[in-house]
Design a protein around this ligand. Structure first.
Ligand SMILES: CC(C)(COP(=O)(O)OP(=O)(O)OC[C@H]1O[C@@H](n2cnc3c(N)ncnc32)[C@H](O)[C@@H]1OP(=O)(O)O)[C@@H](O)C(=O)NCCC(=O)NCCS
Length: 327
């Protein structure tokens, strides 16, 4: 299949893009959004200057069959992190997909130069079963950096009661703590190179302003007599997950700040989610975790989470100006 026309992605394309992602996720999952409102949210979080770095391909009938995206994921230690997405319907010809890939690389270079960054690193997802996609990336100097696991847990009839150490209270997500929760989130994820660390602008879409945010299943753990500026010791933000037939809550982000780790806080928050899920007739919890995140994997295995089979690989490549000279 060839592409008849290319255009920029706009929020008006959210529904046809969601339809494309539903088809591609069924055969080669990389965690793309399945619903129009989530795609709209994705396009919004790319930022106002990013529309030109997206590309929507239509076939001769006008059906959306390809999507390319270059996203600025922020600068850490002077290195600009750029996420690429190359999602094509299974019938799209390999050379079209390769052409889209090279367009994405050119856009990433442009983004690096626009941001005035000397160094940039590119990251992209590839389905575990997508051999052609892997080969395309490896030929272009991408290297496999990790596997992303997709885990699920059936909500039991009688979940265990949350148990907390003294001095900590479970609290609903409250707008008074919004900025403190963002700071706690970014601190907890500071050792995770792949994690998104939202700024004030993108935090709402990441958390409480996400269209699928589940306030009743989300929570904070507050330290009552905390000497530091931030009483938020741990946080859990849950989203409704519409990607399966079983009513499912997605544990979108969950973390405990370093001084409070190994005290049962994450376990207590997940116990609370299980109780809330039970009352809300939600049958399953789901989450994504990097296979190098041993503490999190140990936590989830202990709680009984199992692989869903929807994991994917993450590949990365440096984007130095010297590399621009190479053919
Ligand atoms: C993963 C994380 C949330 C765990 O939080 P926590 O509050 O320390 O977890 P708990 O105290 O409830 O741990 C429960 C069990 O998980 C396992 N576990 C947790 N941390 C572990 C570690 N560092 N090493 C090995 N096992 C670990 C243990 O089995 C532990 O039980 P135990 O202490 O009785 O042995 C925390 O380390 C964190 O915030 N990491 C950074 C953010 C992150 O990666 N979030 C998850 C994204 S998917």
């Amino acid at each position: 299949m060839k592409i008849a026309s290319w255009s920029r992605a706009t929020p008006a394309e959210a529904a046809p893009l969601a339809a494309l992602f539903q088809r591609t996720e069924a055969v080669a999952p990389v965690g793309m959004e399945q619903h129009a409102e989530d795609v709209r949210n994705r396009l919004t979080t790319l930022g106002p200057d990013s529309a030109g770095r997206t590309r929507v391909g239509r076939d001769h009938t006008g059906t959306v069959v390809a999507y390319g995206e270059v996203a600025d994921m922020g600068t850490v230690d002077d290195v600009l992190r750029i996420r690429l997405a190359n999602v094509c319907h299974a019938d799209v010809a390999d050379d079209v997909r390769a052409e889209l890939h090279h367009w994405l690389i050119a856009q990433a270079k442009q983004l690096r130069d626009d941001r005035g960054s000397a160094q940039a690193v590119l990251g992209t997802r590839c389905a575990e079963n997508d051999r052609a996609g892997h080969e395309l990336l490896i030929r272009d100097d991408f290297a496999l950096v990790r596997h992303q696991r997709d885990l699920v847990l059936a909500v039991p009839d009688a979940p265990p009661a949350p148990v907390l150490p003294p001095g900590l209270v479970l609290a609903p997500v409250d707008e008074r703590y919004d900025e403190l929760a963002r700071l706690a989130h970014n601190e907890a994820y500071s050792d995770s190179p792949a994690a998104v660390r939202p700024d004030r602008r993108t935090w709402p879409q990441h958390a409480t302003g996400h269209p699928r945010f589940l306030p009743d299943l989300s929570c904070l753990l507050l330290a009552q007599a905390d000497g530091s500026d931030n009483p938020v010791a741990a946080f859990l933000f849950a989203l409704a997950d519409g990607s399966t037939d079983t009513p499912t809550a997605m544990l979108h982000c969950l973390g405990t700040r370093a001084p409070w780790r190994r005290s049962g806080l994450a376990t207590a928050m997940i116990s609370r989610v299980l109780h809330r899920a039970r009352s809300a007739d939600i049958g399953q919890l789901r989450l994504e975790v990097t296979d190098s995140n041993h503490p999190a994997l140990a936590l989830y295995r202990k709680l009984g989470f199992v692989e869903s089979g929807r994991g994917f690989a993450v590949l990365m490549r440096q984007l130095t100006p010297e590399a621009d000279e190479q053919p």
